[in-house]
Every structure is written in structure tokens, then in C-alpha cells.
Write a protein that binds this ligand. Structure first.
Ligand SMILES: Nc1ncnc2c1ncn2[C@@H]1O[C@H](COP(=O)(O)OP(=O)(O)OP(=O)(O)O)[C@@H](O)[C@H]1O
Ligand SMILES: [Mg+2]
Length: 254
């Protein structure tokens, strides 16, 4: 996908270590700073700073909430949802106390498995269709600090919308929000994917990724309204400049 991710993958491959067993309590790393700089080596420092700001903004928006299930979306495709959700997940997971799950619900173009070098044999669609339990779809990467649920194979063209609008989806969210400090959900662009606002209605909040200078204000507003109409909570917008960093989190300014 991006040069940024290639840099991360290379840095990881240089390091040895064994992954955390599933279900095992996370071992708090004593040298968080060192780990973080190792994993995020090669990533522009402004990009990292942007992620920190994003994290702080999310935390501040959700300070009164017990859960952090955050959906990432955009109005139109290609604005940077996957890049931002994946990097934020990784950065949070490298933090001292955070248990983090990244879930791929980008039906139109699932990419999380590719980014993390995983297969896509089993994922959330399998869970939602009742063919796999939760423990079978959660994978652990980054030396055991980050958990991932990929999309899984799409076995039917039009089944995804009812699958996400289901009791199973509700159970998935309830279970994972208890297990993790952050559940980040990557999705497809709202105006292209009818299941995205539905997923947003299960999340604690939605962050809209906007590529700077690309998407018209009216289009972004329409996308936000679609989320809110289904009961989703709109948290704010990330302005992605696509220059190796995510500079700003602008709350409700679009
Ligand atoms: N901040 C950034 N700096 C550099 N490249 C970026 C940045 N954000 C995104 N990109 C690049 O832009 C392209 C699209 O990004 P990404 O796949 O994250 O968008 P998306 O919103 O998930 O797209 P889709 O709607 O297809 O799922 C990718 O090649 C990605 O590497
Ligand atoms: Mg994507």
C-alpha cells in the first residue's frame, strides 16, 4: 500500500520475539518509548504527531464514555481511512496500557490483511454469518501487541448489509468493547457503501477522514448526516494531507 507501511514492515522484520498467546494478559512493556520508536521507525515524525493529536481528540470527545469503538470512514473512496486507522491502531497498541483491536469492515476494498501480511481466509463476515466464533477470527500481530479481525472472504454479493445490521454485530461490538481499550473499525466510503452508516450506529463514535483539497464540503456534510441519521455519533474530521502525515484533527469545522 504505502511507503510508510513498507518502512514499518522492514523495521519489524529486523526484530525478533514471540507473539502473545491468544487470551494471555498483555505484558506491559517497561520501555514503551523504545518499543514505539522501534516499531514506528521510518515514519515521519509529523505523521506520528498527527496520530497523537487524533488519539487525544478521540479520548477527549469520549471522556464520559466507557467504551472506545471508533469507526473510520470518509465521504468518497481513497481519502486515507485504512492508512489512518491502521497506523493509529498500531500506535495505540504500542502504548503502555492499551489493548487494541483493528477490524476490517471495508466491504468494497478490504486491505487490512494485506497491510499486516495476513491471509483473509476467515474474518468478521464469517463471524456474522455464524460460521466462526470470535476466538477464531482474532489474529495477533506486531509481536503480540495488536489484534486484528480481517474481513474474511465475501461469499455473496448482497449479503453484507443485513449481516452488519444484526444481533450478531451487536454481540460482536459488546464483546470486543469489553475486551479492548480501543476497537478501531475501518470501513468503505459512506456514499458508496450502505453498510457503513449501519456499522456507525454500533460504534461509540465515527471519525471522518477527509483528503485535503479533494472532497467538497457539501459531500462531506451529506456523509455526516447519513451517519447521524442512523444514530451514529459523529466525533470529528481528520484532514489527511497525504504527505506522509496527518496534521490536524478539526472538530466539527467542515
Ligand atoms: N497521509 C498519507 N501520506 C501518504 N500517503 C497516504 C496518506 N494517506 C493515504 N495515503 C495513500 O493514499 C492511498 C489511499 O489511502 P487508503 O487506502 O488509506 O485510503 P482509503 O480511504 O482506505 O481508500 P478506500 O476507500 O479505497 O478504502 C494509499 O496508497 C495510501 O498509501
Ligand atoms: Mg481503505
Amino acid at each position: 500500500m504505502s511507503k510508510i507501511f513498507d518502512a514499518l514492515r522492514k523495521a519489524e522484520m529486523k526484530k525478533s520475539g514471540s507473539p502473545r498467546n491468544k487470551g494471555q494478559v498483555r505484558v506491559r512493556r517497561e520501555h514503551g518509548e523504545e518499543s514505539e520508536s522501534h516499531f514506528l521507525r521510518g515514519v515521519d515524525k509529523n505523521f506520528r504527531r498527527g496520530l497523537m493529536t487524533l488519539r487525544n481528540s478521540i479520548d477527549s470527545e469520549l471522556r464520559s464514555s466507557d467504551h472506545r469503538v471508533i469507526m473510520f470512514t470518509s465521504a468518497i473512496p481513497g481519502e486515507g481511512k485504512t492508512t489512518i486507522s491502521a497506523f493509529l491502531a498500531r500506535m495505540l497498541a504500542l502504548g503502555e496500557a492499551d489493548r487494541v483491536l483493528l477490524v476490517d469492515c471495508a466491504v468494497s476494498d478490504p486491505e487490512i490483511h494485506t497491510l499486516f501480511g495476513l491471509d483473509n481466509d476467515k474474518g468478521i463476515l464469517d463471524y456474522l454469518s455464524g460460521t466462526a466464533p470470535l476466538e477464531e477470527i482474532i489474529r495477533t500481530v506486531d509481536e503480540g501487541v495488536l489484534d486484528i479481525v480481517t474481513m474474511g472472504p465475501r461469499r455473496g454479493a448482497d449479503i453484507t448489509q443485513p449481516m452488519f445490521n444484526s444481533e450478531k454485530m451487536s454481540t460482536f461490538i459488546k464483546a470486543t468493547r469489553e475486551m479492548y481499550d480501543y476497537v478501531l473499525i475501518d470501513t468503505s466510503a459512506i456514499l458508496d457503501a450502505p453498510e457503513t452508516p449501519i456499522i456507525g450506529s454500533y460504534a461509540t463514535g465515527t471519525v471522518m477522514v477527509v483528503q485535503s483539497g479533494k472532497t467538497k464540503r457539501e459531500v462531506i456534510k451529506r456523509a455526516m448526516l447519513t451517519i447521524e441519521k442512523l444514530g451514529g455519533k459523529f466525533l470529528g474530521t481528520v484532514l489527511n494531507r497525504k504527505k506522509y502525515y496527518i496534521p490536524e484533527f478539526i472538530y466539527r469545522r467542515v
